[in-house]
Unconditional design. Structure first.
Length: 267
């Protein structure tokens, strides 16, 4: 591969735009942050910043990247950077392409970040839900009933045959939420079900919650769900657990609002 301007490597980008790239990196970090030392994380974050012009692609000298860390008061060595790169390649986070100059001599590498591949949830029917996450009400009953049927081992093959990936998700689901959730649940019906929970939970907040507010809530709750799963807690019913998380967030915000109103009135 010939060395050149970063623009000539656009075709290597795995991401739609910078937001898509950042979302993928955030998911990678949930899995991999603990695998890197503090110095290696500094190196990785600097490489990520240098991969913004073309989302997920960097064409720079290692010494340039090391120097950029030093300029920010984060002194790391070249060997630390190289060690970070070896780990990133091992985990599948990066692919490194060698480039050559016109005279055939080796030039600096092209670093290409890869899309996140979830290692924790391949089928929502395999996750257990604890008693503490169970909720009351008709929607809980419907969810549990529906999920129970989906969890039926005898029907799994049939479900997989009828499964549609995230690209078939209804346009009623905001794109940002769909793109975030698909890294863990690449199934249109599952994503729609998660958004349905948000719609139900925010029904009485419609007058002052914008779509962006709902998306922010939905993603925050999803991060908490994934975090819980990654910490080893078994969740049989992801929908019931997600419902409980969303409910808890809204309850907390409601209480905080009351406190703020009281303080304003008292003053």
């Amino acid at each position: 591969m010939k060395a050149g301007n970063i623009e000539q490597f656009k075709h290597l980008s795995q991401f739609r735009d910078l937001i898509d790239f950042n979302n993928n990196i955030e998911q990678w970090m949930i899995d991999l942050k603990s695998k890197f030392t503090k110095s290696e994380l500094i190196a990785l974050k600097r490489l990520i910043r240098f991969s913004a012009k073309v989302a997920g692609v960097c064409h720079a000298k290692i010494q340039t990247l090391v120097s950029a860390c030093h300029e920010k008061g984060q002194e790391i060595s070249r060997s630390t950077y190289e060690r970070m790169l070896r780990k990133a390649k091992k985990f599948g986070l990066l692919i490194v392409y060698n480039t050559t100059k016109e005279n055939g001599k080796q030039s600096h590498n092209v670093y290409v970040f890869q899309r996140y591949q979830s290692q924790i949830v391949s089928d929502s029917s395999t996750i257990d839900v604890p008693e503490s996450a169970k909720i009351d009400g008709a929607y809980k009953t419907n969810i549990l009933s529906k999920t129970s049927n989906q969890n039926n081992i005898n029907k799994r093959n049939e479900q997989k045959e009828n499964k549609l990936d995230a690209s078939y998700t209804s346009n009623r689901v905001p794109e940002e939420f769909r793109d975030f959730v698909k890294y863990f649940f690449d199934d249109a019906k599952t994503i729609e079900e998660f958004w349905k929970i948000i719609t139900i939970q925010t029904y009485y907040y419609a007058s002052y919650m914008s779509v962006d507010d709902k998306v922010s809530l939905a993603i925050d709750a999803m991060k908490q769900l994934i975090r819980i799963v990654k910490f080893g807690r078994k969740v049989r019913n992801v929908f019931g657990y997600y419902y409980a998380i969303v409910e808890a967030i809204l309850d907390r915000e409601y209480v905080n609002t009351l406190h703020e109103m009281y303080e304003e009135y008292a003053s």
